[in-house]
Design a protein around this ligand. Structure first.
Ligand code: URA
Length: 433
């Protein structure tokens, strides 16, 4: 194989052969092909695209670059979200699907950028080990029914190396590269059914419906081509999901939903979306009608079984929820912002809210940086709510002193649009794929 010729071929817009893709990517993973050549190929793919067959070859090569897991004999499913602001859905969806009898092996990520990832959120629970070995992951899934842990370096090392390169070479925004990256990890994880929540809007990776739809279709097609059952939702991410944006506050909100606590029955549509995603997992994995799966999920949420699964998973990962509740009571710096005019909340800009949460310490700029578990924003209102002058809009929080809180509060205020007449509330689910 001559790497330069393969780069030339893709630059000219021609489809690469399966062996060319396999040999190039394997040589990059083992270090025989240098970063500069892989970057050039990634850029050529960004500009010229890939056919479905090429994307499937790239996905398969990346999946096989490390260990692949198998759950023979178990009915398994997982959900993947492309990530959004206040997206704590996995903390509810995965235990809920498990409470319906589906085994959920969920390899998840740490956040990079504006907010934490699912693992960062779970790690705010004292003792929670989100870095299980694959052997312990296997044991927890079989014993409890659900485990959420960070994927180890043994899973898709090719993606790890390529993603780091894409991050610094302007080659993240390419549907075939995104599909291969996401799918290779999910396929290696081994779940038989996959549900994708592709977020769309200002607070998401995909800004427009068209982009989100294209990614959702490609993910579903790729997963099916690899022999898995798959479905996707394109969901709105123009405003934050639920009320909490941060880490510990998101876990607290997810637990309130699981506990069916008063005031958390809807959470701005968050609860309905959790039920829908869990129902899709149950329906695909168990081969039952979506309506029946939805009913089952609602029952398991209401009767406390989903909460019990979540608690059992936390205990199996070494977490201590009593100490977590004490953490939530810890003193911290707070600042409340209030409406300066009356009217209705017309919009809450998810990206602006995420930026403020990041500045407060809820996200990390580089891998390995620590995050402040208590930093974040908790909204007091949702789009469409009526407000009077002086009503609370949101609270900003962080563990350290009050420095910078007022400046962040000013930025956060600009995330809210207050209008004179009630806006239409748009549904979270935009499209089913
Ligand atoms: N998330 C991933 O895992 N990979 C991408 O390429 C983009 C988002």
């Amino acid at each position: 194989m001559i790497a330069k010729l393969i780069i030339d071929k893709k630059r000219e817009g021609r489809a690469l052969g399966s062996a060319e893709i396999r040999e190039f990517v394997n040589a990059f993973t083992s270090g025989e092909i240098p970063d500069c050549q892989m970057s050039a190929l990634a850029m050529a793919i960004c500009c010229r695209g890939m056919t479905e067959r090429e994307t499937a070859d790239l996905t398969e090569t990346m999946m096989n670059s490390g260990r692949t897991l198998s759950w023979e004999g178990l009915v398994t499913a997982d959900k993947h979200s492309t990530g959004g602001v206040g997206d704590k859905l996995s903390l509810v969806v995965q235990p809920l699907a498990a409470a319906c009898g589906v085994f959920v092996p969920s390899l998840t990520g740490r956040g990079l950028g504006l907010t934490g990832g699912t693992a960062d959120k779970l790690e705010t629970i004292p003792g929670y080990n989100a870095s299980l070995s694959l052997e312990d992951f296997d044991r927890v899934v079989r014993e409890v029914g659900v485990s959420m842990t960070v994927q180890t370096g043994e899973i898709t090392p090719a993606d790890k190396k390529l993603y780091a390169l894409r991050d610094v070479t302007g080659t993240v925004a390419s549907v075939p590269l995104i599909v291969a990256s996401i799918l290779s990890k999910k396929l290696a994880e081994g779940a038989g059914s996959l549900v994708f929540d592709v977020k769309c809007g200002g607070g998401a990776f995909m800004k427009t419906k068209e982009e989100a739809r294209e990614l959702a279709r490609a993910l579903v097609a790729g997963a099916k081509a690899a022999g898995r059952r798959a479905a996707a939702l394109v969901t709105d991410m123009s405003a934050p999901l639920g009320y909490a944006v941060g880490n510990a506050n998101e876990v607290a909100e997810a637990m309130a939903v699981l506990e069916c606590r008063e005031g958390y029955e809807d959470c701005g549509g968050e609860v309905g979306l959790c039920v829908e995603l869990a129902a899709m997992m149950v329906s695909l994995a168990g081969d039952i009608e979506l309506d029946a799966a939805r009913e089952k999920c609602r029952e398991r949420l209401a009767d406390g079984s989903a909460l019990a699964k979540f608690k059992a998973m936390v205990v199996a990962h070494g977490g201590d929820l009593e100490r977590f509740s004490k953490i939530l009571e810890r003193p911290r710096s707070k600042f409340r912002i209030q409406a300066m005019r009356s009217g209705f909340i017309g919009a809450i800009d998810a990206e602006k809210v995420a930026r403020v949460a990041f500045e407060l310490g809820a996200g990390r700029a580089a891998p390995g940086e620590s995050i402040d578990p208590l930093a974040g924003v908790t909204l007091a209102v949702k789009t469409g709510d009526r407000v009077a002058v002086g009503d609370a809009l949101a609270t900003l929080e962080k563990s350290s002193g009050p420095d910078g809180l007022e400046k962040c509060a000013g930025e956060l205020y600009r995330a809210f649009t207050i209008v004179s007449s009630a806006p239409e509330r748009s549904p979270l689910i935009i499209e089913r794929i």
